[in-house]
Write a protein that binds this ligand. Sequence first.
Ligand code: UD1
Ligand code: MG
Length: 462
Amino acid sequence: MSASSPTARPIAVVVLAAGKGTRMRSALPKVLHPIAGRPMLGHALAAAATLAPARAAVVVGHGAEAVGAVAEAALPGARICLQAQQKGTAHAVLAARAMLEGFAGDVVILYGDTPFIAPGTLARLVAARAGAAVAVLGFEAAEPGRYGRLVLGGDGMLDRIVEAKDATEDELAIRSCNSGVMAADAATLLRLLDRVDCDNAQGEYYLTDVVGLARAEGLACRAVLCDEVETMGVNDRVELARAEAIYQARARHEAMLAGATMTAPETVFLSWDTVLGRDVTIGPSVVFAPGVRVADGAEIRAFCHLEGAEVGEGAIVGPFARLRPGARIGAGAHVGNFVEIKNASLGDGAKANHLTYVGDASVGAGANLGAGTITCNYDGFDKHRTDIGAGAFIGVNAALIAPVSVGANAYVATGTVVTRDVPEDALAIARVPQENREGSGRRLRQTLKARKAARKDKPDRA
Ligand code: UD1
Ligand code: MG
């Protein structure tokens, strides 16, 4: 946990992620479904981390082990609190009671399935908390539907929150809705939570009830509004796809403003951690799976798929190239169509322009891999390495049977199957010598033609 600034009150975050997500109809817990290659929970925890919390807890229940593991990785130091039975959002926060007891500061409650809350919005919520016991993040809903409604008093202060299932007709007409995100003084919140009951339509302990309880004690509560897009929760796969689309639109927009050219941005898919340098050009239909960095001035042409790869300055990749995890493409290198690179480095200025597989290999600077070069890295049990020196020239359709090395500036003749190391500056050639038999071509043609004519029952298509 990082320490918050010395002037601000310390913050503890509690992220609720115990729910099942029934409507996802999935074996995977809802909060682990990815958006832009990262579990939803990871996005929520990244937002939480911007508060520089002194303490953090993630409340887990369904799929506790898997959810806890993702939480620990995304927010190191977070406590994983088990809520064995899901009895409501207030009950869920109390699963983190041990962390909140004796904490002199603010608690911010977030949901694991609401991944898009902006850091600035959280900061506004915390600022609003300073003037109230409880501050709630709300939004004006286009379709308020199932959301809890924010009931404001005549003074504009938040009076209570009513769940849709418990609301009157008049209350259902309210468009200001509860996002679920809340900030409160830790001691006050714990005290109020202990008084929440489950006397409501769903028989659940509602976190939202703390607002009414605070008001009954004469404490002030405030609502802070934000854009509906930020509070968008994901409950089913349709909403998951919508969340992905929203994320992608924003990520492309930011990438372009940061200096990347996209000729057809709506067809480019980015991951949460994609890093694009300045003057990078991305063609149509390019997919960046997680873990990709592209340096300044590089060009990724149409229909490429990249994952766990680094592309050096001014390199050209594609069209139709696949960079798999561990691909390191040097500055000014070229990777052309139908080339796959996996766990392999291509030195500066090296070229693999057509129909090539380079796996578990290092290719030196300026080397040239001809069309159809294949590193035979796998024997069915183990992977083996191929090392190709700087300036080496690998002829078309060469198979390099790993483990094997080709020295710097060596030549490998077209069609060669390389089974032994090739020394520096050597020429390796391993193919059957060619024989030309004078007139044999003509004789063969005549034989074949006669054979076909003899098959009387078949029409002659020659
Ligand atoms: C909740 C709010 C509602 C708000 C809406 C916004 C309450 C009572 N209602 O309703 O006002 O408009 O969110 O999306 O708080 N969870 C647990 N343990 C539980 C129950 C829930 O961890 O026992 C977690 C869920 O995994 C989820 C979050 O809390 O991340 C919200 O729970 P959910 O059941 O979706 O609440 P809503 O009915 O949507
Ligand atoms: Mg919900």
